[in-house]
Design a protein around this ligand. Structure first.
Ligand SMILES: [Zn+2]
Length: 133
């Protein structure tokens, strides 16, 4: 390439790889002119700024989710507690209720009916299942 523009900054002019315009590289190794470099830099900064904004939004969403998760965790513990209480209550209540049901259903009270026998046998099976042995 001819060098019609002479030297500047101690370096020969060259054509910008991006826009093809002549420019004087300050360091000698630049391949694009300052306006093209600046435009690229601006686009880069713009993109970085958009990415940072998107990341901040994501971080905010994560914090919100974290808060919801923590709340759900608390509710879960609360429900587990209630369930345990209910199970304990049922465990305490069942044996006594079964005994009363067995008494109520006893065949002696129902003319030794087939139904009374079936129900009593079933209730006794349930008691055996709850308290084997
Ligand atoms: Zn250029």
């Amino acid at each position: 390439m001819s060098k019609p523009w002479g030297n500047f900054y101690g370096h020969a002019a060259r054509e910008c790889d991006d826009c093809g315009r002549a420019f004087y590289p300050r360091q000698g190794w630049e391949r694009i002119c300052y306006p093209c470099w600046r435009a690229g830099k601006n686009a880069e900064e713009q993109e970085l700024s958009e990415q940072a904004g998107a990341l901040q939004k994501k971080a905010q969403e994560l914090r919100t989710l974290e808060g919801e998760l923590e709340q759900w965790g608390k509710e879960l513990i609360e429900w587990e507690h209630r369930l345990k209480l209910r199970e304990q209550h049922a465990a305490n209540e069942w044996p006594g209720m079964l005994m009363r049901l067995i008494k109520l259903a006893h065949p002696d009270r129902h003319d030794n009916s087939r139904e009374a026998n079936d129900v009593t046998r079933w209730l006794i099976d349930q008691r055996e299942r709850l308290h084997p042995g």
